[in-house]
Design a protein around this ligand. Structure first.
Ligand SMILES: [Zn+2]
Length: 294
């Protein structure tokens, strides 16, 4: 298994898809945890590929895996899930969506298989900021906690958890990073400075550099963001080119820093959860299952 960067955009690189069943079985019996990213195929402006929300978390999970190994935790990476939910980009080409209930049930079926293999901890990450996509990940995680014995959790930042209306004490969350409001100034939320920087770091060969360098900043603020988040045609009117932020200001060095920081924070949060097992809910048998301490 490798923790290196994928060449040519291979999202199977370093994942369980490269292992044999013997190796996976042995890892499960040895107490390995699973890391799993939930992305989407979605437009990312004229300069980034539609798989950006799969490539970025895939690179992050390879870094998290290496950092966990340094902390004595063995982790396997599931191949990324990439048929997610698109509301914001729903009116653009190359932005595909499934019904949330369908995604939730696919998650539960696959998480049941992982629990059956003997994996006790599954850490689910999001690669995509769409509110409904993230509520769906949370729904899938909660349903899997009800229906399987594994401690499955959604690894996310406090700001995202708040934005989608979750309680920060929710036992299905593994929170990482500081709990702080977004910085003041023009918003940079989609295919802008930070996301483009991450792609310039992890997959520079997939960035349309000659296009990126000439893009004007979208210069949009909080009121535009509220309209954009309504999605579909409203979002396409606000950002006709598909990016919300300042891609020309991006850089590979900044991407490297953001990538390393997020991976470090996530690995710390996972290691902390593994040291202090949270309350687990047994598989539901009654309408009102009671919680038990593990
Ligand atoms: Zn994205």
């Amino acid at each position: 298994m490798t923790s290196g960067e994928a060449k040519g955009g291979d999202v199977f690189a370093g994942t369980l898809a490269e292992l044999t069943w013997y190796e996976v079985d042995h890892a499960a019996r040895s107490g390995a945890v699973l890391l799993w990213a939930f992305g989407v195929i979605e437009q990312h402006g004229p300069h980034l590929p539609t798989g950006t929300d799969v490539y970025v978390p895939s690179a992050r999970l390879r870094a998290v895996q290496a950092l966990l190994a340094e902390r004595g935790v063995q982790a396997l990476i599931m191949p990324p899930y990439y048929w997610g939910v698109n509301v914001v980009s729903g009116s653009f080409p190359a932005s595909y969506s499934v019904r949330p209930e369908l995604m939730r049930e696919v998650m539960v079926d696959l998480l049941a298989g992982m629990a059956r293999d003997g994996f006790r901890h599954v850490f689910c990450f999001s690669g995509h900021g769409d509110a409904l996509h993230n509520r769906t990940i949370h729904d899938g995680v909660r349903a899997a906690r009800d229906r399987t014995p594994a401690d499955t959790s959604f690894v996310t930042e406090p700001a995202l958890a708040r934005r989608i209306g979750l309680d920060l004490d929710d036992p299905s969350l593994t929170l990482y990073g500081p709990d702080e409001p977004p910085p003041p100034g023009p918003a940079d939320v989609h295919a802008g400075r930070w996301e483009t920087s991450l792609m310039m770091h992890s997959h520079p060969e997939l960035v349309r550099e000659e296009v990126r360098a000439r893009l004007e900043p979208s210069g949009l603020g909080a009121s535009d963001l509220a309209i954009w988040r309504q999605g579909f045609d409203a979002a396409r009117r606000v950002t006709p080119d598909g990016y919300f932020g300042d891609p020309a200001a991006a850089g590979a060095g900044e991407g490297h820093r953001l990538h390393a920081l997020a991976a470090e924070q996530a690995a710390d949060a996972i290691a902390l959860r593994l040291r202090r097992p949270p309350r687990l809910r047994p598989p539901a048998q009654t309408a009102h299952p009671s919680r038990t301490e593990e």
